[in-house]
Design a binder for this molecule. Structure first.
Ligand code: NAD
Length: 492
């Protein structure tokens, strides 16, 4: 692993290109915006503000690539191109890691060990799937044969957030491209650089021009133009619940494009007094909220603890919070960097100041300035939080943990399920029956038992309720980007 000095040096020798990539070329726009790093508080690049004209060009270019290029290539050739891209991600790992770190503040040690290798592996998983997922031949009357094939849908619009800039893009691109679609990708305005670089690597890997176009810009303009576009067939989104609802509206107002949403969460972590190893549970509970600065959709931000151990367990989690190394994310020892920008930092600080409903501040709570950036928030824990306070109900998307005591299993389930969200949940117990009973009762796409935030690229990820619908990862993700097409032949 490089030292901080080496990472600083590597980042100062990087060149940042904020121009959109459309039809295989970098495209400058009349309007640009500054991409401010939360690490340096300085602008990294002027980034294209793509308007209707650029979005139209990108969609037309993706349509042409879909019709004449990508979907007509042999499965083997598409597989090879995606595997090349996976390899190029690894070959350019340091650069891609730095782009994400500088754009949104995650620790370099996480970017290099999780985001970048994870992105390469997921892309490779979908490349491998290309020639392993087949159609079906259902039973028909004699003299007939019905061929049911999975066909690509055409042009996919992918709109993604800033918390895992490259990886969230890959979660969409992997299955969409493997299925044979072309994609217009819009990264978040806070973190466009790795997606733009990825589009260049895609060309180098052998994806035909236009198969992956990257348009940058604001949500209300560029994002809306994608959502409303009459020639986009499918829209896949990760981001907030509020914006997810806009995409459903955009679809209804335009061409009824399919919409798949991975949205917010307020995931509960239930710790029962019969947990075998409370120290371990506390370590995981801290990781589940402080990892990636708490900017994780499935962050376990509500810690529900059986009252008999609530005080003791809170102390154990506070001890874990004290081990978090908050600092410049280019230092490999740092485990928590700055939040993505000043707006998000202000939002999180406001929850801490005004949202606790009088709960006891057990740890942290301060906003700090480090190396000229005031986007740092200490790992923060509130004890004895009331279920009606906003820190207990709202998605904060920052390092703020609300500890809520409960008396009975039924009460724990009721508190856990009393949320508009249903993305993830965790349960800690040594009682096998309880583990099954409580997991069954929780409204969550993934329930982790005696662990937190269990995730695997071959396991579906996504939520219920206002956390969205449709699943990312696994072979199930291919369902979102394919349609079932039947050819029925009567041959006698
Ligand atoms: P956001 O919803 O503000 O933005 C996400 C994307 O939508 C960005 O690209 C943005 O430019 C675009 N957008 C914003 N307003 C738009 C509009 N009016 N029309 C069209 N597009 C628009 O979310 P964010 O702040 O970037 O990310 C944080 C949110 O993402 C959190 O709510 C988090 O839970 C969620 N998230 C969910 C998952 C998941 O898999 N469920 C994963 C990561 C993040």
């Amino acid at each position: 692993m490089k030292t901080r000095d080496e990472w600083e040096k590597a980042s100062s020798s990087l060149s940042f290109d904020g121009r959109a990539v459309i039809g295989g070329k970098r495209v400058a726009t009349e309007k640009t915006s500054e991409d401010i790093s939360p690490v340096t508080a300085k602008s990294l690049a002027d980034v294209s503000e793509c308007g209707q004209r650029e979005v139209d060009q990108a969609v037309a270019s993706s349509r042409a690539a879909f019709e004449n290029g990508w979907s007509r290539m042999s499965p083997g050739a598409r597989k090879a191109a995606l595997q090349n891209l996976s390899g190029l991600i690894l070959a350019n790992a340091d650069e891609l890691a730095l782009l994400d770190v500088l754009d949104m503040g995650k620790p370099i040690s996480d970017a290099t060990t999780i985001d970048i290798p994870g992105s390469a592996a997921i892309l490779n998983f979908y490349a491998e799937a290309i020639d392993k997922v087949s159609g079906e031949i259902p039973v028909t009357d004699p003299g007939n044969v019905a061929l049911v094939r999975r066909v690509p849908l055409g042009v996919v619009g992918a709109v993604v957030p800033w918390n895992y800039p490259l990886e969230m893009a890959i979660w969409k691109l992997g299955p969409a491209l493997a299925a044979g679609n072309a994609v217009v990708l819009k990264p978040a305005e806070q973190s466009p650089l790795s997606s733009l670089r990825l589009a260049e690597l895609a060309l180098e890997a052998g994806l035909p021009e236009g198969t992956l176009n990257v348009v940058t810009g604001q949500g209300e303009t560029t994002g809306a133009a994608i959502g409303l576009h009459p020639d986009i067939d499918v829209l896949t989104f990760t981001g907030s619940t509020q914006v997810g609802k806009y995409f459903m509206k955009y679809s209804g107002e335009s061409n009824m494009k399919q919409v798949w949403l991975e949205c917010g969460g307020k995931s509960p972590n239930l710790v029962f007094a019969d947990t075998a190893n409370l120290e371990e549970a506390a370590e995981f509970a801290a990781r589940a909220i402080f990892f990636n600065q708490g900017e994780v959709c499935s962050a376990n931000s509500r810690l529900l603890v059986e009252r008999s151990i609530a005080e003791q367990f809170t102390e154990l989690v506070v001890a874990q919070a004290k081990l978090v190394k908050l600092g410049n994310p280019l230092d490999p020892a740092t485990t928590m960097g700055p939040l993505v920008d000043r707006t998000q930092t202000g939002r999180v600080a406001d929850f801490i100041t005004n949202g606790s409903g009088g709960a006891q501040l057990a740890h942290g709570g301060n906003r700090l300035t480090i190396d000229g950036s005031d986007c740092y928030v200490e790992p923060t824990i509130f004890a004895n939080v009331s279920t009606s306070s906003s820190i207990a109900t709202d998605e904060i998307f920052g390092p703020v943990l609300s500890v809520i005591p409960f008396e009975t299993e039924a009460e724990a389930i009721s508190i856990a399920n009393n949320s508009i969200y249903g993305l993830a949940a965790s349960v800690w117990t040594s009682n096998l029956s309880r583990a099954h009973r409580v997991s069954d009762a929780l409204h969550a796409g993934t329930v982790s038992v005696n662990t937190v935030d269990a995730l695997g690229m071959n396991i579906p990820f996504g939520g219920f309720k206002q956390s969205g619908f449709g699943r990312d990862l696994s072979l199930h993700a291919l369902d979102k980007f394919t349609g079932l097409k039947t050819t029925w032949i009567r041959y006698e």
